[in-house]
Design a protein around this ligand. Structure first.
Ligand code: AMP
Ligand code: GLY
Length: 452
């Protein structure tokens, strides 16, 4: 059958019109989270021509300059669904791990709301270290040798044949604090007892003990749609609170991207030996992984080995990535959520971005809340600098510190050395008596640049 020319061209133009309408339709977005990571996501989402209204739950003082507050608790799934229906939310983006492990994505997608992030089962890649180790064993993914224990005596007995250095990990989510790299048997024994004594609650009811890996750490981020994994970028964070990477671990005191140790060849090796087998393995287990796969690596003499997975962007790493991303974040996350990543690419600036975290004195222990921060605008006025908020709130026109990690001072440069010097210039412009930061973020990369 032949269509007349006019019918044919009408059909074509209608299809084109629908396509254009689809491409220009604006989406109302709800972002879940309140950290520097979510401020950076909001900052990047705001540059998308596809963005309609942006809401955040619960947000912080910085995010609330870009988004409207959604007065709901992320743990009340029915309330989140009701909010989405009420505000005609088209797309939900979940930032932190807790709501992912808690199954928020399952609840929202079950209610017909398109959501970015892994399901509860796929989030086990972060929610249970034992789950990930078993996956690695099943699919031959390089990682440290390990054993899982559900009781203290058998874990202690294992130490007899596996002396220090050895690594003891609470199986579940412990806010980055459930890992002890034990340099002596006594330290390993204390860490095991601490887990089973309930220091991490349910997260420590099971313990993973694994071999100590030596090398340089780096992180790689991949965007996944259940079948396809798109490499995004690399970053390096600094977890210990003290200079020279000493003292207790924190959520992260600073980061930079890219990580110079992650060459193109190494990146491809990680995608081939670690990321793709994971995506394929999860799909074959009936738990396809959609979202951000944050790959924590140790670059050993034998090659890259997996230390851990997280199932979301890192914080403070995300802030550096969002300053380097040149593609439309909203389009990328949408493609992943819809299973349409095949053939999609992301463009990145070649600049280095460094993030220096300003934290409340006492963090990661106890700290005073409600102290006043001044002169933030002086830091923000410096070209190449963006400050993302974490634990902040505004009260009576004043900016208050309400959390442990409070501000993320980010700066770009052509080299790590350049980005570092600009970041600390901006840090020094901020007046906050109760704040502190590490003065050596990026030390390893700076030393490498100075040697070159
Ligand atoms: P995780 O929470 O699993 O990333 O562990 C926190 C930190 O502990 C990592 O960033 C590493 O510095 C260190 N770590 C974890 N596993 C090992 C390992 N098998 N060997 C050496 N260091 C490790
Ligand atoms: N910066 C490490 C994390 O987000 O877990």
């Amino acid at each position: 059958m032949h269509l007349s020319h006019s019918v044919f061209s009408r059909a074509v133009s209608q299809a084109l019109y629908q396509k254009v309408a689809l491409m220009t339709d604006r989406l109302n977005v709800l972002l879940i989270g309140s950290g520097g990571r979510e401020h950076a996501l909001a900052y990047r989402l705001k540059t998308s021509p596809r963005l309609g209204a942006l809401y955040v739950a619960p947000g912080n003082a910085g995010i609330l300059t870009l988004a409207q507050k959604a007065d709901i608790s992320e743990s009340d799934h029915d309330a989140v669904i009701a909010f989405c229906k009420d505000k005609a939310i088209d797309f939900v983006i979940v930032g932190p791990e807790a709501p992912l492990v808690d199954g928020l994505v399952d609840s929202l997608t079950g209610a017909g709301i398109l959501t970015f992030g892994p399901t509860k089962e796929a989030a086990q890649l972060e929610g249970s270290k034992g789950y990930t180790k078993d996956l690695c064993a099943e699919f031959d993914i390089p990682t440290a040798a390990y054993a899982r224990f559900g009781d203290c005596p058998s874990a202690l007995a294992y130490l007899k044949d596996h002396p220090a250095p050895i690594v003891v990990k609470a199986d579940g989510l412990a806010a980055g604090k459930g890992v002890t790299v034990a340099m002596s048997d006594a330290e390993a024994e204390a860490a095991i007892r601490e887990c089973f004594d309930g220091a991490f609650g349910d997260a420590g009811a099971e313990v993973v003990i694994e071999a100590f890996l030596q090398g340089e750490e780096a992180s790689l981020f991949a965007l996944c749609d259940g079948k396809t994994a798109l490499h995004l970028a690399s970053a390096q964070d600094h977890k210990p609170v003290g200079e020279g990477d000493t003292g207790p671990n924190t959520g992260g005191m600073g980061a930079y991207s890219p990580a110079p140790v992650m060459t193109d060849a190494l990146t491809e090796e990680v995608m081939e030996k670690i990321v793709r087998p994971t995506i394929n393995g999860m799909a074959s287990r009936g738990a396809p992984f959609t979202g951000i796969l944050f790959v924590g690596l140790m670059i050993t003499d034998k090659g890259p080995e997996l230390i851990e997975y997280n199932v979301r962007f890192g914080d403070p790493e995300c802030q550096t990535l969002m300053m380097r991303l040149e593609s439309d974040l909203l389009e990328l996350l949408l493609a992943a959520a819809k299973g349409e990543l095949d053939g999609v690419d992301a463009k990145w600036s070649n600049d280095v971005v460094m993030n220096v975290v300003l934290a409340s004195k006492g963090y990661p222990g106890s700290y005073e809340k409600g102290t006043v921060i001044e002169d933030l605008s002086a830091a923000e006025a410096i070209e190449g600098v963006t400050v993302f908020h974490a634990g902040t709130a505004e009260k009576d026109g004043k900016l208050l510190a309400t959390g442990g990690r409070v501000l993320n001072v980010c700066a770009r440069g052509k080299t790590v050395t350049e980005a570092q010097s600009l970041a600390y210039k901006a840090v020094d412009a901020v007046r906050w008596d109760n704040g502190f930061c590490r003065r050596d973020i990026g030390w390893r990369a700076v030393a490498r640049e100075q040697k070159a």
